[in-house]
Design a protein around this ligand. Sequence first.
Ligand code: DAK
Length: 257
Amino acid sequence: MAYTTVLTETRGRVGIVQLNRPQAMNAFNIAMLGEVFDAMEAFDRDDNIGVIMVTGNEKAFAAGADIKEMVDATAFQMIIENRVDTWDRIRGIKKPVIAAVSGWALGGGCEFVLSCDMVIASESAKFGQPEITLGVIPGAGGTQRLARLLGKNLTMEMVINNRTLTAAEAQQFGLVNRIVPIEGYLDAAVAFAEEIASRAPLAVRMAKDAVNAAFETTLTEGLKAEKRNFYLLFSTEDQTEGMQAFIEKRKPNWKGK
Ligand code: DAK
């Protein structure tokens, strides 16, 4: 598929989608928003891919939604163009999604990162929700996902007063899994992803599903979801293979079945 605003690449079992509007600090225009999810969904359907990675460039992961495209929009246009549902497409991805972030992750860029499953950040990464400086507020989940991660007070400061987080702060608050040097940050992120991509594919998928249930439901319902996924995995060849390989002291050979 020919994309105009993203680049795609596979490294082993890692499918990489690179946001590619460097002239606009990778701001999400409607075209890029559609293409990033098209590319992610294509990797999600591809059995040769175990993990999906989204990245930008050294200077910017993404500086938010494209302000120049939105400046004259009316409320009805925003609704009719269906941008809310578009941002939500990330929730349908079944494989783990890892964001490799360097430089700015602002506004919708920060919200995109918050929607990913894990985050590898270069030392220069900065996270923020500057919408208040434009006279609006986050619209792609920032208030909700930040509040769940950081708690109320710091979220209020970020959303109401444009407080940005450094990579170190973001890691301290649980938004970032690992910080890596700027030089080679993507290689480091891919190495992290490759380990995950080498694991039993169906178990990885069920694990992601179970963890996400924790953010959607009560403990009782979440425990039910976990148990259902746990039992389901006993219907897979990979469960037998994984346990047999342990007993035989060898590496498992996953089939994704
Ligand atoms: N949109 C459009 N262009 C942008 C941009 C953006 N968000 N960010 C940067 N650019 C453009 C600049 O205008 C400039 O273009 P030229 O002037 O060269 O033509 C070029 O990128 C380089 O930017 P700067 O010259 O500003 O570069 P600096 O290094 O000085 O500063 C910066 C980098 C990232 C700190 C700065 O550019 C900046 O503050 N950018 C804006 C950040 C921002 O306010 N982000 C929030 C945008 S609002 C929705 C859900 C969510 C959203 C919308 C709808 N629905 C559910 C419907 C999300 C909204 C947002 O994200």
